[in-house]
Design a protein around this ligand. Structure first.
Ligand SMILES: [Zn+2]
Ligand SMILES: [Zn+2]
Length: 337
């Protein structure tokens, strides 16, 4: 791999984010309202919410095998899950939101289109929401914190529901995009991708349908591929991504003092190609690599690294070993104190 490593700054204090407008810092009391640890009840609810739906889908696939699920359907599911998922993790998140590397227009547009095919909204809206999340993480103004919905078991459950899907109906897209994503509003190819959003939505289900139709020769097999490679795949990746907002701010380890409730969760990292190393990410938001330890699998980073080795990703940012060392020491001191 070429020398593509650049240093990256630590997490900015709440209220400021590179490339976003400066917000007034919240009072210290607002930070102190975050509960010190997750309740047992909310952990149990989270565990059920995470484990049961995928088991249901796997059971359905097993029961329907040979009847309404075939190998081609699973190939459509897997290929589109990975391709469109990387559009979110590498494109929407690491490239467009955090500018953790630079890429040519063709690659930027490709990643924006693939990300749109997950049905998580136009890239500009996604980016503005996510930049606000980092600037106000787990304090008042965070669009999807699980920790701002009241005390007790009821508050914990309400918070998890809000962070997972509730916020999509209440606080999603509430920001003035031009304030939080001025760089993207000035990016004409990306604005064009945004304006064609519905086209990418149609493509997201039309592609598996056409594959099933052409390979199987019947409309029924086209519809079958559309269901597994389109609808089920969109459902699966959506909830994996939503879990980064809910689970990864509730459930997992916190090696770094990121000034919020972000956690590292290996299961979510596996399902989201590295995004589950969320405490690492909040500690070093501009790092292109989230799985900072050797054992922390981060498929998105491996792809960015490969793109860097052929010159398609430039100015790739990563924390230096001494930055990580200092951050870990600070976290240890904070825990001890
Ligand atoms: Zn977060
Ligand atoms: Zn982020």
């Amino acid at each position: 791999m070429r020398a593509v490593v650049d240093h990256v700054e630590l997490a900015p204090p709440p209220g400021s984010l590179p490339g976003s407008p400066t917000e007034p810092s919240p009072p210290a009391a607002a930070i102190a309202t975050v509960r010190p640890r997750t309740s047992a009840a909310s952990r149990a609810v989270t565990l059920v919410a995470v484990v049961v739906p995928p088991l249901g889908v796997l059971s359905a696939a097993g029961l329907l095998w040979g009847v309404a699920v075939r190998p081609l359907d699973l190939v459509c599911f897997a290929v589109l899950y990975v391709a469109t998922g990387l559009g979110i993790t590498i494109g929407y998140h690491r490239l467009f939101t955090h500018r953790s590397f630079e890429a040519c227009t063709a690659l930027r547009v490709t990643l924006a289109v693939l990300g749109a095919m997950t049905l998580q909204g136009p890239v500009t809206q996604w980016v503005t929401d996510h930049r606000k999340h980092h600037a106000r993480s787990d304090i008042e103004g965070d669009p999807h914190s699980p920790h701002l919905s009241g005390a007790g078991v009821a508050g914990a459950v309400r918070g998890l529901c809000h962070a997972h899907v509730g916020w999509l109906f209440s606080s999603k897209g509430m920001e003035r995009g031009a304030d939080w994503g001025a760089d993207l509003y000035a990016d004409r190819p990306i604005r064009l991708v945004d304006r064609c959003y519905l086209l990418w939505v149609v493509l997201s289900v039309a592609i598996p349908f056409l594959v099933g139709l052409l390979a199987g020769g019947t409309v029924a097999l086209g519809v079958e591929a559309l269901v597994w490679g389109g609808l089920v795949r969109i459902f699966a990746f959506e909830h994996a991504t939503f879990a980064v907002n809910s689970i990864c701010h509730t459930f997992g380890s916190r090696p770094y003092d990121a000034r919020d409730e972000s956690r590292n969760n290996w299961l979510i990292a596996l399902l989201t190609f590295g995004e589950g190393w969320h405490n690492n990410h909040h500690a070093f938001p501009r790092s292109a690599r989230h799985g900072l330890e050797r054992h922390q699998l981060d498929l998105s980073w491996l792809v960015i690294s490969a793109l860097g080795s052929v010159g398609l990703a430039r100015s790739v940012r990563m924390p230096t070993p001494s930055q990580r060392e200092r951050a870990l020491r600070r976290a240890e001191l904070a825990r001890a104190g």
